[in-house]
Each structure stands twice: as C-alpha cells, then as structure tokens.
Design a protein around this ligand. Sequence first.
Ligand code: ATP
Ligand code: MG
Length: 451
Amino acid sequence: MKNQAGSQPSQPAPRILSRAEHSLSRSMLSENAIKVLQRLNSSGYESYLVGGCVRDGLLGAHPKDFDVATNATPDQVKSLFRNAVIIGRRFRIVHVRFGREIIEVTTFRGTHDDEDDDHRSQRSAAGMLLRDNVWGSIDQDALRRDFTINALYYDVSDRSIHDWANGINDLEQQRVRLIGDPERRYREDPVRMLRAIRFAAKLGFDIEPRTAEPINELAPLLLSIPAARMFDEVLKLFLNGAALATYRALRERGVFAMLFPATFDAFSVLPWAERFVEQALINTDERVRQDKAVTPAFLYGALLWPGVVMDTIAAMHEGAPHAQAQQQASQQVISRQIQHTAIPKRFSFPMRDIWELQLRLPRRKGKRAEQTLTHPRFRAAFDFLLLREQAGEIAPGLGDWWEHYQTAEVSEREAMIREVSHSPRDAEEIPPMPTPPPPRRRRPRRRTPKA
Ligand code: ATP
Ligand code: MG
C-alpha cells in the first residue's frame, strides 16, 4: 500500500470550473509540466498545476514557470523521475529538470496544529514558520498558500480548475487577498508582505483592505528574514517589469526603508536621490519590456548609490580625497546593506566597478579616455552616468561627450581629447555639501530570529 500524504476521510469541497467555464488553454502550458502531472496521476497520485502558472494563464499571460502540487511525498516523486532532485530544508520540494526547464513539485502541506515534531515543523517565538514539512491533503494545502489567486489548482485529467479559496472571484475583481487572518499570515512569513505588493503592482490589482492594513506596522518583521532570501525577493520585486509601481507601493507602505535603509535616509538630504531611483526603475522596466538584459549589479548599484554619495561627501568633508572617500563609502554601504539583503560577490564586484568608473569618466586627458572605454564595465558605467545626469545629480554634458566619443573616428577622438585637455578642469571637484549636512540617523536594526 502506498504511504500517501494526507488521505483525509472527509474533505471540504472546492468550487470546480469545468474546461468550458474557464479560459486557461492547454497551449499555454508547458509540455514538461503536463508530462509530470500525467506520470504522477498514472502512478496513482493526485497532482495539479498550482500558483502563478494557473493565475497568469487565466489572465491570458504566458506563465514563466510551472509549479506542481501533489500528494506524493518528495521521496515518492524522486523515485518516479530520473532527473529529479530534492532541494530545501525549511521547505522540501523536488525539482524535475528537463534541459533548461525546471518543474517544481511540492507535496501538499498540512496544518501545524498539534505538531510537536521539530524535524518537520518549527516556529519561532514570534510565530514565524522556520520549517514547513508537514504533509497534508489538498484542502489543507490550499489554505496554507498565501493569496486566494494563488490557490487555484488545474487538473490535467479533465482540464478543470479547483478553486478552494474563492480565488476566481478575486481574480475577476482584481484583488490580492491573503487567505486567513492577515496579521497571523504575515507573522508566519513576513515575505508575504513583499509578495502582496509585488503581485498587486505586477497585475495592476488592488490589495484588499484587510490584507493591506497590517503591512505598515508589520514591515519591520522583514528585518528578521535571512539576507540571502531577501536578495532573491528584492530581485523579484524589481525585475518583473513593474519595478516603478512596485517601488511606489513599497514607499507608500513603509516597506522600502526596511530593504534599503541608507538609501531611504539619503532621500531627505539629497534632492536628486528620489528622482534617481525612480529613473533607474523606469529604465529597468523599459529594458524588461524590450527583452534586454537587466543585471542585478546595475540595479543594486542604482538602489544603493544615494547612500554611497552621502557617505562620500561626509568622508570628503573629513578631509579624504574624492576617490578615496568614495572607495571608503562604497565599502561601508555594502557592508551595511548585506545585513539586510545579501549581495553575492558576482554582483557586488561589477557594482563596485560601475561606481568606481564614475570617478574615471570625467578624466579624459591623454590615454585615459581610451583606457576607460575598454573597461569591461564601460557600457554599464556609461548608462549609469546618463542616469545621474537625468536625475539632476550632475550637470549634463559628460554623457553627450562619451556618446559621441564612442562612435567617433580616431582623428576625431584625438581632437576631442585635445579639447578637454585645454579646458581648465578635468574632474576632481569637491561635491557641494548637501544642506542640511548628512544626519547620522538611527537605521533599522536587524533582529536575529529566535528558534
Ligand atoms: P511567480 O512565480 O510569478 O513569482 P508564483 O505565485 O508562482 O508567482 P512562487 O514563488 O513560484 O510564486 O510560488 C508558487 C506558489 O507557492 C504560490 O502561488 C503560492 O501558492 C505558494 N507560495 C509561495 N510562496 C509562499 C509563501 N511565502 N507563503 C505561502 N504560500 C506561498
Ligand atoms: Mg511560480
């Protein structure tokens, strides 16, 4: 007999929409995801597509990844597929790999009441779920998901959709609504606050009032989320094509200061800083729309830049030369930020290059321009310079010069260099002291979660 997860005697019934009653067409779905469902079903398990793929598919958008929910345990799933690996500890799931596509298979989660097995279920004193590996039935699984619109299950055998939490209605009403008591759900996992804001901004939905209400007050709970998870979540916030809308909602709900405290502090001192961040996000959205690459290094570089400038100015007024002041400031800003969101070295190194090149771009005499142009990060640094000009941090002009220089013939380049060599100042200016002087504000401090 199979030891299946959660075979409950009497389950509450979902609302079932037959194929004729919904708009999710099978052509929207990944062939590989369908294979996974069919293999699970023919082996005697229950399985469904769930989450973003059903939600986005119903909204007519092409899903970007596919999540499967099943009553087979991770070990049972793994034994059915050659290319399956079990990942995660806090939340064990199976990745079934087909070339570059990964289908994520998750076993139905149950409720944690009466669960005294630390190995499977763990909560912090503050009610945060530290481990969630209690298997359950589909109705329990549905109610443990975050939003009603994410708790729609697609059954490949008859192409029906099972709606356990009135998600179809919220989808029609364009509402992001947490399942269950909002405060409790945010305390279990504060990242749900970011997810509410992200889905609302991305889909153009409202956050239902009861779901929105606690966010302002509970936002500091985000300080206890491990920095590595926060890094991933922040990328999802700003790389989804709706970065500007997401950012504005984060500001409005008091969440941005928990993610980027130094940047938030800089807003009240540097008059261009808010425009700079907004412009960076406008450009990011535009690049996503055009299917151009957006690098986390550039994005983080922009989001952290106002703090770098603040600290640079402070160090210069303590007597450090510009370059040294900025280097010191970069170091400080990064080491403070990684307590909030990790920044893997593969992104922090190029990010620092982009910042450092801002010092080199104004210096063009002799061979300097030519050297700067061949730097592997030149293009990103040039885009960054344009952003600074657009936001009014620095006067326009240098961006045009470089725009022209890049495409100019050799003889013309030489003439351009001669011209800057005769101009009295080639960089090395002390930035004006912002008024009022940079305050040393208390920053939100991280709290380490207690088990
Ligand atoms: P997208 O992939 O477009 O970001 P998604 O809804 O598929 O959106 P995933 O992070 O892939 O999001 O998660 C898949 C599903 O798992 C969600 O739809 C939701 O049902 C559930 N889920 C994910 N994160 C949480 C969470 N923090 N709390 C509760 N349920 C969650
Ligand atoms: Mg998904």
